[in-house]
Ligand binder design. Structure first.
Ligand SMILES: [Zn+2]
Length: 397
């Protein structure tokens, strides 16, 4: 089956500042291996992309290292609101963190949010990390400002239902969900430990069911929220073997390594202190490891599996992974670009060694149906037999 070059509208490629986790070269290799020829990279780097100077440095890195098309988000920060109009000329969209995530980019206060909205032009999207009550705030801001608001990685029933209502009222809102919120629950998170910990967290089966109920209607985009961290940062891999991997078995508790605690202390302690106030006690175990899981190489195989199981059509899959993100983010067409998949191939994930620098996936050991065979980008074959080519070979002439 031939698909168009896919778009991942939400990835963290970690450069600059986190190159031991991922960089533009390894991240775009992972993208191509996963069937993505365009990725939109998030601004919570070190330094974060909240100023034109920081943005320029990241753009230069992206231009020189990327193997597929990369567009960068600008980040919103209360201290750099005056930079937003100039950032808007360069960035694909604005990201506002209203709730806790990896990194210190959190915006607080309605007044600050209103100033940020006012400083961003109408023709570019505002993307929100909003959970629970923050979704209502985002809907209200869309209603008041009439600016296009996109909700990232929606994960709960109440959230998707509120966005469905906002859409039915004609408000300019769109939303995305991730495969981990479609395929994993809180119980999987218990089993996976730090390797199943991300923001937003994994939710209940009822929340997962709600997302699937809206797969053909409210949900506009599937994006991976590819957020790699190294095994050293995440701690010991949980003890389970492949036979028991997808059963809800008890697993051993983890010891947080000194090096993990050290790097965490230095950079993310303020965020962790916030999380501590609200989190249920069962999460205490994972507090010292950074949240986030990779997803560039598992997203398409998972969605192909869902299509093979008739949970959505292949046409809808292409809308969610290509046509809709292109329209919503106003991205240019890529000519002579396509992805060849074997939609019937059944195998244990991953089929090939992972390209992401972190080298692991929460979906390891899962039986999946459908895999990338080749990718052609602007007439050049960049993936052949499922493997990313070191030297892209010309497919034409
Ligand atoms: Zn993210």
């Amino acid at each position: 089956m031939i698909l168009p070059g896919l778009i991942d509208a939400h990835v963290h490629l970690r450069a600059p500042g986190g190159e031991h986790k991922e960089d533009f070269r390894s991240g775009t290799r992972a993208a191509l291996a996963g069937g993505f020829t365009t990725v939109l990279a998030m601004p919570n780097t070190r330094p974060p992309l909240v100023s034109v100077d920081a943005f320029r440095i990241a753009q230069k890195l992206a231009n020189s290292q990327s193997l597929c098309d990369v567009f960068l988000y600008a980040g919103a920060s209360a201290d750099h609101i005056d930079e937003l109009p100039r950032l808007a000329n360069r960035a694909v969209a604005l990201k506002i963190y209203m709730d806790d995530t990896y990194g210190p980019l959190k915006v607080r206060g309605l007044g600050t949010l209103e100033r940020i909205f006012a400083s961003w032009p109408e023709n570019k999207l505002i993307c929100l990390h909003a959970e629970e009550e923050s979704v209502a705030v985002g809907v209200a801001l869309a209603a008041v400002t009439r600016k296009n608001v996109h909700f990232c990685h929606i994960s709960r029933r109440e959230e998707i239902e509120m966005i469905a209502f906002a859409k039915s009222e004609g408000l300019p809102v769109t939303c995305e969900v991730t495969p981990h919120h479609l395929f994993l629950t809180y119980e999987d998170g218990q089993r996976l430990g730090p390797y199943g910990d991300m923001r937003p967290r994994l939710q209940t089966q009822d929340d997962v069911d709600a997302l699937w109920e809206h797969i053909n209607t409210t949900i506009d985009i599937i994006s991976s929220d590819h957020a790699p961290h190294t095994r050293e940062e995440k701690g010991p891999w949980p003890h389970f073997n492949e036979q028991t991997l997808w059963d809800n078995l008890e697993y051993e508790q983890y010891n947080i390594t000194a090096s993990t605690a050290f790097s965490y202390d230095r950079f993310w302690r303020p965020v962790a202190e916030d999380v501590k106030q609200s989190e249920p006690p069962e999460y205490t175990l994972h507090r010292s490891t950074p949240p986030g899981v990779p997803g560039l190489e598992s997203t398409l195989p998972l969605m192909l599996t869902a299509a093979a199981q008739k949970r959505l059509t292949y046409e809808r899959l292409v809308e969610l992974l290509c046509a809709n993100p292109r329209r919503i983010f106003n991205l240019p067409e890529q000519h002579d670009t396509w992805v060849e998949v074997d939609e019937k191939l059944s195998y244990t994930f991953p089929l090939h060694p992972l390209q992401t620098k972190c080298g692991w996936s929460p979906f390891e050991g899962m039986r999946l149906i459908g895999a990338v065979q080749s990718v052609t980008l602007r007439g050049r074959k960049v993936v052949k037999d499922g493997l990313v080519l070191e030297q892209p070979e010309s497919d034409i002439n």
